[in-house]
Design a protein around this ligand. Structure first.
Ligand SMILES: NC(=O)CCC(=O)C(=O)O
Length: 329
């Protein structure tokens, strides 16, 4: 896959050098504006994508029994592959109950993952021959815990790891209070993965609330944003679909969300409603709150069409505002 490349103008460089001699303050202004422009409108080499990809969003029944959760996940991956899916997505925290009490107990060392969830995921991706965005599990590393999504290639190789960058710390009195930061640490940055199923930008649940992350992924040439997530019964009904469609329409990009099924026995009631959204913010496929696999076909040609119909990227006013990609490649 092509690597994204920033393009700097040779003319602009000559202008800076010529002016540097006579007008140092004007030069400093010019440099600042060029840096902002480069950051706000990076140019990337085109990506040769697969044209169409069938995706499966596995809304799993998650319990306190880790082995049972692993069996459920493996079966869902196999079934999705049998149905023709090439890109399979699992939910946030699919191997444990979503609670601060559970995260330390169920956490795994991913890098040394010769056993447990990571070994199962790798074997399942290879056996099924799919790209697997494996939801998230609690990761233990260097004395810290992270909420981590592993992405596996169809040969079972671990292609990337995304550690949730925005932790879910909210307090809506009488409704929901949750503080992931009591047990988890935030991840270091964005995660872009090139796969045979397209260029993927990964976020986990609360990450979807931050439009800058999605914008940055779009600027880096991602074709689809994937958010394993577990929204709740207060924010889910009002925000889950809204946020997925907002990220899609802002960036003219595909968005996939994948939740655990709602388990009445669980302390945390997940909203469910795993959904695939197209680049015109249209719902391609969705479900209710029970265990289910949602299938959709992503036609990447639509990205070019939508962006040609409505050229938002070219119409941005980088002289007024800009996205600063601090983690730029
Ligand atoms: N697991 C999460 O990050 C939950 C996010 C959520 O429910 C929200 O409203 O945001």
């Amino acid at each position: 896959m092509a690597t994204p490349v920033r393009v700097a103008g040779a003319g602009a460089l000559a202008a800076v050098l010529a002016a540097a001699v006579s007008r140092p303050r004007a030069v400093s202004r010019l440099v600042r504006s060029l840096v902002a422009r480069a950051a706000g409108s990076p140019t990337y080499a085109p990506l040769p994508p697969p044209q169409k990809v069938k995706v499966a969003l596995c809304q799993l029944h998650v319990t306190a029994d880790k082995d049972a959760n692993m069996r459920t996940a493996r079966k869902a991956i196999e079934d999705a592959a049998s149905s023709g899916a090439k890109l399979v997505v699992l939910p946030e925290m699919w191997n444990c109950p979503y609670s601060n009490d559970s995260f330390p107990t169920y956490a795994e060392d991913i890098e040394g993952g010769a056993s447990g969830s990571v070994a199962m995921l790798s074997a399942a991706a290879a056996a099924a021959g799919v790209t697997l965005v494996a939801g998230s599990i609690p990761e233990r590393c260097g004395g810290k815990l992270f909420n981590t999504c592993c992405v596996f290639g169809s040969d079972g190789k671990l292609l990337a790891k995304h550690r949730k960058v925005h932790l879910f710390d909210i307090d809506i009195p009488g409704k929901i209070t949750f503080k992931e930061s009591l047990t988890l640490s935030p991840g270091p940055g964005p995660t872009v993965v090139d796969t045979p199923a397209g260029r993927l930008g990964i976020g986990i649940c609360y990450d979807i609330r931050f439009p800058e992350l999605a914008q940055l992924y779009a600027a880096r040439g991602c074709q689809v944003l994937i958010y394993p997530g577990a929204f709740n019964m207060t924010t889910g009904p009002v925000h889950w679909e809204l946020l997925a469609r907002a990220r899609a329409v802002d960036n003219q990009i595909f968005v996939l969300t994948c939740s655990p099924a709602r388990n009445p026995d669980s302390g945390y009631q997940a909203w469910g409603h795993s959904t695939a959204v197209g680049p015109f913010a249209e719902i391609l496929a969705t479900t209710e709150h029970g265990p289910a696999t949602v299938y959709a076909e992503l036609d990447y040609a639509q990205l070019g069409e939508r962006r040609a119909n409505m050229p938002l990227r070219q119409q941005k006013r980088h002289d007024l505002y800009t996205l600063l990609d601090k983690a730029g490649q």
